[in-house]
Unconditional design. Structure first.
Length: 363
């Protein structure tokens, strides 16, 4: 096999950690000696062993004179675990092949320097594009210190998310709705507005057929605490629920929610500012947010352009009606020159529906 094949293997192994490692990146490692794969590893949880550590443990002393393929530059600083660069030197690895460098200023280039100074051959940038595509959440967080935002809409062909009487079950079919749950699984938080809780009474849990689903934290934007106490997100005890409210909400109004184990977070700044909400979430350890609407909330995310990925599921249905809501409310963009421009990353058919993944154009 060529270097690229082993790196592709490391990239595939890295993916097992997606949604589990935040705020750390996912990383994969493959150790090869004499054409034999003798160790593999993935980073599975922040604070636990890095991919290289798992792979080196599996390789044991056969790591001597081996080549390790690692998707991200080995760390060289003492984080929650000792530096991987030191461990690679101690294990007498002969060659290190790296997918991409680490955007973390604490790390970038230092690991490579340490390895080369120890006489280890280092090759950089093998399958760089694919290695970079592993960690959109980590790169965004390193770049901006803010959580990565995925905005999801499920619409009819004419762009409606519900009928004029508020009915929306269902617009998209089983297969598309299941796909949504795969995204819920890998995001730290799912965010909706209180109107969605009132109209849909959603569970916002991850329900995948294989049973062992991981639930995101359910975040409700609800300035005056209008969330009904009998809502599923309050009563079902299936996942954590945080309600972000205005600081003016009275303590006694919060009491019944707090007694149910709900976390009420009064925001000190203006709750209508999505940037303030995202700042509060990242301060509470949230690296990625799955925004499932409704229209007004989506409108505020668009207004502040706080969107990193757009998931649109389109059902071959027509709903019509000027009062039937579309997926993005608010005042919207007035001039085409100010339109929020994206580029389509993928289009696929899921059952009867079409799924489009798009990302903002990097200006
Ligand atoms: N109405 C539709 C959707 N509706 C999305 C709304 O947010 C709805 O409240 C939640 O999806 C319900 O969450 P839960 O299933 O109770 O956890 N989303 C979809 O993907 N397709 C549709 O047809």
């Amino acid at each position: 096999m060529k270097d690229e094949d082993y790196m592709q293997l490391a990239i595939n192994i890295a993916k097992v950690g997606i949604g589990q490692t935040n705020p750390n990146p996912v990383v994969g490692a493959v150790i090869v000696n004499d054409g034999q794969v003798i160790g593999i590893g993935a980073h599975l949880k922040a604070g636990e062993a890095h991919a290289e550590v798992h792979a080196l443990q599996m390789a044991g002393d056969k790591a001597k004179n081996s080549t390790i393929y690692v998707t991200l530059e080995p760390c060289s600083h003492f984080g929650k675990t000792p530096p991987c660069a030191d461990l690679l030197i101690k294990s007498k690895v002969k060659r290190v092949v790296i997918g991409t460098t680490d955007p973390n200023p604490q790390v970038s280039g230092k690991g490579i320097k340490k390895l080369r100074e120890a006489g280890i051959e280092v090759d950089l940038g093998i399958m760089k594009l694919q290695a970079d595509e592993l960690n959109p959440v980590y790169y965004h967080y390193m770049d901006t210190g803010m959580p990565y935002v995925t905005l999801k809409s499920a619409i009819s062909l004419d762009g409606k998310i519900a009928t004029s009487t508020g009915e929306s079950k269902w617009i998209t079919g089983e297969r598309a709705r299941l796909d949504v749950h795969m995204y819920r699984q890998i995001h730290d938080a799912i965010l909706v507005g209180v109107n969605t809780v009132i109209t849909d009474n959603p569970s916002l849990t991850t329900r995948l057929p294989n049973g062992n689903s991981r639930n995101p934290i359910r975040v409700i934007l609800d300035s005056s605490l209008r969330t009904p106490l009998h809502s599923n997100v309050i009563q079902d005890d299936l996942a954590s629920t945080w309600i972000i409210v205005n600081k003016s909400v009275k303590q006694e109004k919060m009491k019944p929610f707090i007694e149910k184990g709900i976390r009420i977070i009064p925001i000190q700044d203006d709750i209508r500012s999505i940037k303030n909400v995202l700042k509060l979430l990242v301060e509470n350890g949230i690296s990625s947010v799955f925004v499932e609407g409704g229209a007004e909330i989506n409108g505020s995310f668009l207004k502040e352009r706080a969107i990193n990925q757009v998931l649109t599921y389109i059902a071959p249905k027509l709903i019509g009606g000027k009062r039937a809501p579309t997926s993005i409310g608010g005042n919207g963009i007035e001039h085409m020159a100010d339109v929020f421009q994206l580029s389509v990353k993928s289009v696929e058919q899921l059952g009867d529906d079409i799924k489009i993944v798009s990302e903002p154009i990097r200006l």
